[in-house]
Unconditional design. Structure first.
Length: 447
């Protein structure tokens, strides 16, 4: 989840739950396509995957009850086949008969007999963003994205997790030299409430830095792509400098791509107009966080928030010139799960269909109203990098804003073996709380 992470979503809804209205006709599609409701009554579904046997598995993030779950579709509906995962559970994948579950700080295997084994633990996921869904590459290794602790490299008052993890912060993937920029905020921890706190980059809350300070890189870096053997051994760093690489996939040419989230207008170092990125991931590269966004330096005027300082560089020297994304999305689109199309009757081969969750305004947009972005499925033309709207509510807004019956929070887009596209809709929110049993799976087919 792009906007401040799942930890900002409440665990339960204290008020009467709103009802979910469903009306496929409220969703606009290109000519020749049709959309239907495939499944309802799910709670915070975050990922769909199909097993080698063609079975549908659905992941429940677990943020409403503190219990991440894996569900399987049977002739009697969805049944829980495993639970007890630390929320947010961010994705599931089947590989060689085992189910790999990514959940906060862990990667866990569910064996065919139902037993579970943690194969990677201690990932740096106690901040804004988390370790994300595991996939497997042509080399037989697992790959997954690891999000950053903060919005833009500095721990501040927007990071509620500091109260529980006061020494946590971002960690680079290689040795960096800091510019020494520090930020002042009023204290918000109990012992700091009556004084001003000064905090630098890549250090805990309340710790200052200085020009020339060096910070060593680590394998389990923030904002990184990591790789390991299927049993979790030999964990290694592939690339870093991303903010939150929420979802990864390999294309038919065995190239690795990531949906990466841009920065928000919040915290000690707010950044405006930071796009979401669709990045081609190549080993050894640095992708620009925290000093570049969309391939451009944050020092450009377009990234200055209204009424706030122009962001400046946190690093005195940059590891390299970061690559430009394959495609950029408007700020706060919150690009999530995606799939490559391999059915020529559905769309051009190789094009990407990507779910956009939409902004968590106004907390992430500098107090501005909900922008008319996200809450849709888009298509990326991989020949040109152009982004085209594929499925969108007629209003252009989430269904709850207009009492409509279309998309609310699309979070995954997955093809089945027959070429139908399944869109996972996370469901309704009441205030900051996710509403149970309002998650939906939509099915899009070509006539």
């Amino acid at each position: 989840m792009s906007e401040q992470g799942f930890q900002n979503q409440a665990h339960s809804n204290q008020h009467k739950s709103p009802q979910r209205k469903l009306e496929p006709r409220d969703i606009l599609l290109p000519p020749g396509y049709t959309i239907d409701v495939f499944a309802t009554g799910l709670t915070t579904p975050i990922n769909v995957t199909f097993t080698s046997k063609g079975e549908m598995l659905v992941a429940d993030s677990g943020i409403t009850d503190g219990n991440g779950k894996v569900l399987k579709l049977t002739e009697h509906g969805f049944t829980t086949i495993a639970d007890g995962f630390h929320p947010p559970l961010t994705g599931i994948t089947e590989y060689q008969g085992n189910i790999y579950v990514a959940h906060r700080c862990y990667v866990t295997i569910i064996h065919p007999d139902g037993s579970k084994k943690d194969i990677i633990e201690g990932l740096p996921s106690n901040g804004d963003h988390h370790n994300n869904r595991v996939i497997f590459g042509p080399d037989g290794k697992m790959y997954f994205g690891q999000g950053t602790a903060t919005n833009s490299g500095v721990v501040g008052k927007d990071n509620d997790w500091v109260k529980e993890h006061p020494f946590f912060h971002d960690y680079p993937g290689s040795r960096i030299t800091l510019s020494g920029q520090n930020f002042q905020t009023s204290g918000f921890l109990e012992s700091f409430q009556n004084r001003t706190v000064t905090t630098g980059a890549y250090v805990p809350f309340g710790v200052e830095t200085y020009s020339g300070k060096m910070v060593d890189g680590i394998v389990r870096a923030s904002g990184s792509i990591l790789r390991a053997n299927p049993d979790g051994s030999e964990l290694e760093l592939v690339a870093w400098g991303l903010r939150n690489p929420f979802r990864l996939r390999f294309d038919r040419f065995n190239r690795l791509f990531a949906a990466n989230h841009g920065m928000d207008v919040r915290g000690s170092r707010p950044v405006a107009n930071s796009p979401d990125e669709f990045q081609w991931i190549r080993p050894g590269l640095w992708y620009g966080f925290p000093d570049f966004t969309g391939g451009l330096p944050v020092t450009l005027p377009q990234f200055q928030p209204e009424g706030k300082p122009q962001p400046s560089f946190l690093l005195a020297e940059h590891p390299m010139q970061p690559p430009h994304p394959v495609a950029n999305f408007p700020a706060h689109s919150a690009t999530m799960g995606f799939s490559f199309n391999d059915n020529s009757s559905f769309a051009p081969i190789g094009d990407v269909f990507i779910a956009e969750f939409g902004a968590n305004a106004p907390g992430t947009t500098g107090g501005k109203p909900l922008p008319r972005v996200g809450h849709r499925v888009s298509r990326i033309d991989m020949q040109t990098g152009q982004v085209h709207v594929f499925a969108l509510n007629r209003s252009g807004l989430p269904a709850s804003e207009t009492n409509g019956g279309g998309f609310e929070r699309p979070i995954d887009a997955v093809f089945d073996a027959n070429g139908a596209l399944y869109v996972v809709d996370f469901g309704l929110f009441s205030g900051a709380a996710a509403v149970p049993h309002t998650g939906v799976i939509w099915k899009i087919t070509k006539k």
